[in-house]
Design a protein around this ligand. Structure first.
Ligand code: ATP
Ligand code: MG
Length: 271
């Protein structure tokens, strides 16, 4: 497999300190090298798409950022925090600074959209939350966020009655309720039809642009990464085979990341 190196474009945010920096990040599961020494950074306000076949290490990379995978690294930082040095309460605090968005939304189906969003603020809000008494300012903020994601009229509705796209918007509002420094979205549109996929990714992009929160998003469709990400990291067998602007992901880059069969050929997945 050839590797393609494309110079990273100067972006306006590049002079700012990175939100995430990783050097020689490794994760082994027994004999499986899920991440085999990867280097990357994420700058304020950018959307970074992870591409690669099933088993290439996308989810593992995201999990490693909050010690949800057994990682080692020469350097792994979120802001000024040394991720791998955190334990106990410090680790819980670090995790609360990172918002997660999942393929299957992970909402509580019998709770209202508003209650689901409020759970995003649980860590920071003190003991009243333990009995379900959210302070008024938290409820106001949750309603504001539901408004921002376009669901102001669904606040009282149980999330199981919402469409997939609407449920993912609730999950995004819940992540924002944490006031995160970083958002990790692991295949957030894999369960959505293409039109909804575009609108959810556009919303993630607005989060990066308007709120200056960088987003790392794993995707299975190259074209979605081209349209909605600033930068692409292409993984294969735990190695970075491409890192560069999303706009430069052409056929050669697709072959470099996925092999000759392209993105929809999983025959060498995990190889
Ligand atoms: N908890 C685990 N225990 C053992 N092996 C694991 C574990 N999690 C992941 N792996 C292995 O690590 C490698 C990378 O997996 P990972 O889930 O990161 O891939 P991925 O790129 O997210 O794939 P997909 O596109 O299918 O989600 C795979 O070989 C996988 O089988
Ligand atoms: Mg995955």
């Amino acid at each position: 497999m050839s590797s393609v190196t494309v110079p990273v474009a100067e972006s306006p945010t590049r002079a700012l300190a990175p939100v995430v920096s990783a050097r020689n990040l490794r994760v082994n599961y027994g004999a499986v090298r899920a991440l085999d020494g990867v280097d990357f950074h994420v700058s304020p306000g950018e959307v970074v798409a992870l591409l690669g076949h099933s088993g290439s290490g996308k989810s593992t990379l995201m999990k490693a950022l909050t010690q949800m995978a057994p990682a080692t690294a020469d350097e792994l930082r979120i802001g000024d925090t040394d991720v791998l040095a955190q334990r106990g309460k410090d680790l819980r605090e670090l995790r609360a600074r990172v918002g997660n968005i999942f393929q299957h939304f992970n909402l509580v189906p019998n709770l209202s959209a508003l209650s689901n969003v409020l759970t995003g603020g649980l860590y920071g809000a003190g003991p009243s939350n333990l009995v379900g008494l959210f302070p008024r300012r938290q409820r106001a903020r949750a309603l504001e966020l539901l408004d921002w994601v376009g669901l102001e009229d669904k606040a009282r509705q149980q999330t199981r009655t919402l469409s997939g796209g609407q449920q993912q918007r609730v999950a995004i509002a819940r992540a924002l309720m944490q006031d995160p420094e970083l958002i990790l979205a692991d295949e957030p549109v894999a369960s959505l039809d293409p039109r909804l996929a575009g609108s959810v990714l556009a919303l993630l992009r607005r989060i990066a642009r308007e709120r200056d929160i960088p987003v790392i998003v794993s995707l299975h469709v190259v074209d979605l990464a081209r349209r909605h990400a600033d930068r692409v990291i292409g993984l294969h067998s735990g190695l970075v085979l491409y890192e560069g602007p999303a706009a430069d992901v052409d056929d050669d880059v697709v072959v470099a990341i996925y092999g000759e069969g392209g993105e929809f050929d999983d025959s060498d997945a995990g190889a």
